[in-house]
Ligand binder design. Structure first.
Ligand code: NAD
Ligand code: WQD
Length: 366
């Protein structure tokens, strides 16, 4: 081959390789992507140029959420129905796609249910994650963003809570998240080629501004925001506020509510950060919260104003296991990821109310 031709072939090959590398860098496996936070994150990932493959067993979600994500992004989304405890099924997925990394939402999340069925929670959440990690190792995919929770901080001694705060949990759900964090820490220590980012979410609420996707609890909601919105839409009679004698601004519990679309952007920021790194990150926990505390009564009043109606409530005794106050220091997310929550409590209430009004029975409304 003549020299100019050789150079031409070389450059064509290089461009093809670069394009291939870029594609590979963009493909993400999203376990639990049909769920509440996962579905919003899939949209944010698509908008940021990532290609998404959802892997979900639909144990706590509906295929209708996947349909709606597809409509919102204007193209079908790749969906595989499967369980993270099923190693063979995961192997098939990893063999068929070359992933840059995994965002791992799949898990059970109801605190009360976890107390009644601890084995189910440890099996699903801990064993499932270990199976996923083993298959990732087999296929040399060593970047993971994991859905952890502020619950790993237990009852915090110092507020706002930063990532170095002591960790402890009082229920099997929380223990399952903390155990997974320990597994990730040990894995990172054993092999420095892993980048493992547990994102510790505070209290995710809200819905996509279209009103097409949102939180759709199976039974009577355990969490505050869906309870309020179901009272507002007339499905539930009144809210019980658990405790009015906490040492807080008005005696009710204080939490760090974060809009689910802000949370979704936090995942995009974590992936972008992973892409920029020349070296592996090891175990790198990051809080995703707004950094602001809002009381239960303040949230009820904000929702009332948005829905233009009173939310009937009564004060009842404290709920076992609840803490008075919990809010994040979100400095690490801003410093490392350039991420900051941007949406207000009013935005959270407006978007929840839009979703709940259009879909009074969630994804079963149609
Ligand atoms: P979700 O229940 O709506 O979504 C979880 C998804 O995982 C569901 O679609 C479910 O079908 C799927 N799933 C569960 N077990 C699975 C398995 N074995 N194999 C495959 N798929 C499985 O919950 P969410 O609110 O979207 O939460 C997502 C993650 O974030 C969970 O891990 C949860 O523990 C964590 N988290 C949630 C909150 C919150 O308040 N929503 C707060 C902190 C952390
Ligand atoms: C918030 C405040 C309640 C319901 C839970 C999990 C945590 C994380 C997020 C996954 C508290 C009060 C609630 C009601 C009320 N999930 N409340 N009446 O408890 O902060 O966190 O979800 O990781 O692990 O524990 O959220 O929405 O249940 O409660 O008065 O009907 O609202 O007492 O002060 P919580 P929540």
């Amino acid at each position: 081959m003549k020299a100019p031709l050789q150079w031409g072939v070389f450059f064509c090959l290089k461009i093809a390789l670069d394009i291939n590398m870029e594609n590979y860098k963009n493909k993400i496996l999203v376990t639990g992507g049909a769920g509440y936070i996962g579905s919003h994150t899939c949209i944010a990932l698509h908008e940021a140029g990532y290609e998404v493959v959802i892997y979900d067993n639909l144990s706590n979600s509906s295929f209708e959420a996947v349909n709606r994500v597809s409509s919102l992004i204007g193209q079908p989304i790749d969906f595989i129905e499967g369980d993270i405890r099923d190693a063979d099924s995961l192997r098939q997925v990893f063999a068929a796609h070359q992933f840059f990394g995994v965002i791992h939402f799949a898990g059970l999340k109801a605190v009360g249910e976890s107390v009644a069925k601890p084995l189910m929670y440890y099996d699903n959440n801990v064993s499932g994650t270990i199976t996923l990690l083993k298959i990732m190792a087999e296929y040399e995919v060593k970047k993971l963003v994991f859905s952890s929770s502020a619950t790993v901080y237990g009852d915090p001694e110092i507020l706002p809570i930063n990532e170095d705060s002591p960790r402890s949990c009082t229920n099997p759900y929380g223990q399952s998240k903390l155990t997974i964090e320990h597994v990730l820490e040990d894995l990172a220590l054993s092999d420095n080629s892993w980048s493992l980012i547990p994102l510790r979410y505070f209290n995710p609420v809200g819905a996509h501004p279209s009103g097409q996707i949102g939180e759709d609890p199976n039974d009577i909601p355990n969490n505050l925001m869906p309870y309020i919105s179901q009272v507002a839409v007339g499905k539930l009679d009144q809210l019980s506020i658990f405790g009015d004698d906490y040492a807080t601004v008005d005696g009710t519990g204080v939490r760090d509510f974060i809009h689910v679309t802000d949370l979704a952007q936090g995942h995009v920021a974590a992936l972008n950060y992973l892409k920029q790194q020349k070296q592996s990150l090891g175990f790198l926990p990051i809080n995703l919260g707004s950094g602001k505390g809002t009381s239960v009564l303040e949230l009820v009043r904000a929702f009332s104003a948005v829905a233009a109606q009173d939310i009937p409530f009564q004060f009842v005794g404290r709920r076992a296991g609840d803490i008075a106050s919990c809010y994040a220091s979100a400095d690490k997310a801003q410093e490392l990821l350039g991420w900051k929550a941007s949406l207000s409590i009013t935005d959270m209430c407006q978007d929840t109310w839009r979703w709940q009004s259009i879909n009074p029975n969630g994804y079963n409304s149609i």
